[in-house]
Design a binder for this molecule. Sequence first.
Ligand code: NAP
Length: 325
Amino acid sequence: METRRLGRTGRDVGVVGLGAWQLGADWGDVDESDALGVLRAAVEGGVTFIDTADVYGDGRSERLVGQVLKSHEGLTVATKMGRRVDQAPENYTLENFRAWNDRSRQNLGVDTIDLVQLHCPPTPVYSNDAVFDALDSMVDEGRIAAYGVSVETCAEALTAIARPNVASVQIILNAFRLKPLDEVLPAAREAGVGIIARVPLASGLLSGKYDEHTTFSADDHRTYNRHGEAFDVGETFSGVDFATGLDAVRRLTPALSAGTTMAQFALRWILDQPGVSVVIPGARNPAQVTGNISAATLPPLTNDQLAVVRDTYDDLIRPQIHDRW
Ligand SMILES: NC(=O)c1ccc[n+]([C@@H]2O[C@H](COP(=O)([O-])OP(=O)(O)OC[C@H]3O[C@@H](n4cnc5c(N)ncnc54)[C@H](OP(=O)(O)O)[C@@H]3O)[C@@H](O)[C@H]2O)c1
């Protein structure tokens, strides 16, 4: 698989990684054998970057990733911390960081975590020097090799990129979320900060497999967070109203190359954006992983295909989305 430098981590990773939220909770039932099958399909298919978080299934995702880490060399694992407590800026202290990090290291079975990301912290956290001094201390203590941030907004990303030791920024970037192209990707490239593109399939909308009759189980955020009831609504369908998303997918469909799925088209579009280090589609079974990995070997999209994405965004999505994140 093509590799790219993951910003200031200094590591090279395969361009298609794996998002491991599905291996924790919030996506309906993903049993242990499917979860381990997802991880196995990923590493066997050439994935070298896995994104998890301490909060996914309250540690289940980290523990499953830890099982794979025991038997595979050359993986880069990023976890996240900060969302197991109230979302108050005063909780972002060195003492808490150490405690959260001890738990994640135990779950993952490692002494040093490759990359730890603040997990969409409250906005004032990005402007607090003490937070970043504490993260520098975590590196000095050998608990983490590098740190980054997972952000909600482009403004937060730009604040983080200006910090000298932020290695990577994780941000929603997909065919329904184009705003990071304006300023965030150019700033990250200029600063040498890695970009981890999350929610690349708009929570599955950009797989093209849903229609007006699709339902999701009660314990799936696509049921219980459709209006932001549990966390930022941007994390569910990328903040796009479901019916609008279906319309937009129908407009994209004629632009697919023969033999390419909508999911592969959507992932390829992300990989073609200058400044992207790695894309992290989530998956609930091995077949999804394998399909997603093949986006890495597709040719770049044509100008006509890129124009269809842009026009669809401008006509249908931009009015709902562009000024919000
Ligand atoms: N705040 C944060 O930092 C944050 C927030 C969100 C996500 N993330 C990270 O980003 C990762 C990716 O985002 P995401 O998982 O939310 O959304 P996503 O990758 O946009 O969508 C994942 C969903 O797409 C569908 N899918 C995946 N591959 C497919 C394929 N080949 N064919 C058909 N359908 C396919 C599956 O839906 P079905 O379940 O319907 O099959 C899957 O559950 C997460 O796993 C997590 O690591 C981080």
